[in-house]
Write a new protein. Structure first.
Length: 107
């Protein structure tokens, strides 16, 4: 009797773990970001393509590294090209409403 109870509880725990894994891996990491991007696209908000688990971090790092090489004039208060070069690039490329998989910028 104890063995049957042990097998039943182990099966229940395995089913619970599989349901949690499905919710976390498939729904949260795959389906929700793609669904949100589709909803934004349907409303006319465009942006760079979604990358699984990385978002747009690779592009942002590359653009920041390029911006770090720039020399800015001390008297110039336009610091946005140095701090957020990805935002300026995507704003020029996609328009005033930009949606990235890191943050949604709508101005």
């Amino acid at each position: 009797m104890a063995a049957v109870l042990l097998v039943a509880s182990a099966t229940a725990l395995l089913a619970l773990a599989a349901a949690w894994l499905w919710d976390y891996a498939v729904v949260r990491l795959l389906w929700r970001p793609r669904a949100a991007a589709g909803m934004f696209r349907a409303q006319g908000v465009r942006g760079p393509p979604y990358s699984f688990l990385r978002g747009n971090n690779h592009d942002i790092r590359r653009m920041r590294a390029e911006a770090d090489a720039l020399r800015l004039d001390v008297r110039d208060h336009n610091y946005l090209p140095r701090v957020m070069p990805h935002f300026l690039t995507w704003k020029q490329q996609y328009g005033m409403c930009v949606c990235s998989s890191i943050i949604q910028y709508i101005y």
